[in-house]
Design a protein around this ligand. Sequence first.
Ligand SMILES: [Zn+2]
Length: 306
Amino acid sequence: MPGNALRAGPVGPARTSAQAPAKELNGDSAFRVARGFGRRPSTAFERVLGALERHGSRVTGTGRQRAAQCPAHDDRNPSLSITDGNDRVLIRCHAGCDTDDVLAEIGLTRADLFDRDDRQQYRSGDDQWTPAGPAVAVYSYTDERGEVLYQVTRTADKQFRQRRPDPSKRSGWDWSTRDVRMVLYRLPAVLAAPDSACIFLVEGEKDVHALEAAGEIATCSPRGAGKWRPEYAEAFAGRDVLIVADRDALDPKTGRRAGADHAWDAYTSVQPVARSAWIVQAAEGKDAADHLAAGLGVTEFVWWEL
Ligand SMILES: [Zn+2]
């Protein structure tokens, strides 16, 4: 995929020799090898393709549209189409096999056609009510041990509200997060990440989930762009960090780009303590979630350009 390779040098101030990273990133192959990407395929699309391959079906095509030999009939030419939908896989045998029969042959059920991580974003135990309308997503922020400190709720029209557990309230929640300790999203996973893992620092929870579905370790700071706090940097001490900057339009009022400013705030905070820190951006779309939804991989982010 020409044009999508990392194509420019790193951004940010040069390091002193004392701070030099143990490994140099000198292009795509080093980037790919050194970071141990793609450990744990977990999207429904990857699950279905993996099951077909294990069954012995030949899979052809690239990107979000594939074809395979149908496991439910004697298929010499690939007549099963597999399409990566937004949060689910669509499969269809053009010879007319029943989808349940196709799935049974490869040891899957209809539930396997859905991205599990997406379905877990909203758990039935979480109260859907918010002052801004019903939540379509509820994100729990926890301390190091997994204890919920607060939740961020998102409505369909992208209104975000925060709440903290409060047993004295009938709903169990207090919608003020004043004096609550603010932490990174997925803090326990970041702290438990293997030393070799690259940690993705993105702008929003949706991006974190998209990267997790791709098998990566990812985090974001709460409350979106412009709300970075220096204490968040601690969790990145000694780690390799890839910051994915959102590609925002210029704000006519401020003359600034919120996503770029946010990435730079995070970079200047994390870089002095991290083993390495780099800023990249989506090759397609605005953010990491768009990039992955376009069928691009985690090694196909491009270097940040203003
Ligand atoms: Zn068939």
